[in-house]
Design a protein around this ligand. Sequence first.
Ligand code: SF4
Length: 279
Amino acid sequence: MPKVPFDPTWCPGCGNYAIWASLKKGLVDAGNPAEKTVIFYDVGCSGNMTNFNTYYGFHTLHGRALPTAVGTKLANHGLTVVVVIGDGGCYGEGGTHLINLMRGNHDITVIVHNNHRYSLTTGQTSPTTEKGDKTKSTPEGAIEEPINPIAIALSNHGTFVAREFAPDINRLSSRITQAIKHPGFSLIDTLQPCPVFNPHQSLEWYRERLIKLEDEGHSPDNLNDAWKQAMRIDKLPIGLFYEEVKPAYHEQVTELKDGPLVAKSIETIDLSILLEEFK
Ligand code: SF4
């Protein structure tokens, strides 16, 4: 992949650097041609990545990277479609979109930069902020409980549900490759240190809590055990919680079975009935 002529503007120590490196390696290792790959970026520090990659990209409105990606996949399901989005955009503004992507098993890989804050806007609470955390918007400590993204994905038909830790680049890049190859929806909730607005959840904080699902004897085809691992509060498991292969959305649409919509000649599409309704 050619290099862009300028460097990222993220803060020193930001986990976005590691996710950026992992995404590039993961895409290359997946082997899909760059000209057939498109990345959708949401608003947030993670969205600045749109300027640092040479893949086709679309910087969308907040929370709307998800439905924009769906529209593109339906128009041309021959593309590899990836979403880069923060925890605020994915689980907050885009929360219902996320559930609908999972319900439809749209063949899209969603990589969430989960730093438990809205950091681009200087550190307000997000849906994943820990209860009690003092932030710019909660000077006395967050009152709400955090959501559990893995439990939400498991309960809403996610067919590839994973959590990884941003600084483990080899591990994260392999998971991204695996997610891209998964024939359906995939979510990688990526724990991302933000030393500026969430210094409490530091590298050391994570290292004390992280465990690997494969070391726990977990098998990703075991939904019951995935639930148990997702609900743990003693440790923070990373790895592939659950994977199931079933038809993707575009594979179930009659009009798309003989090829992508963009490849069809406009002359073969009968718009007369639709146009008649507008008369
Ligand atoms: Fe990274 Fe946090 Fe700085 Fe944003 S504010 S660039 S998430 S360290």
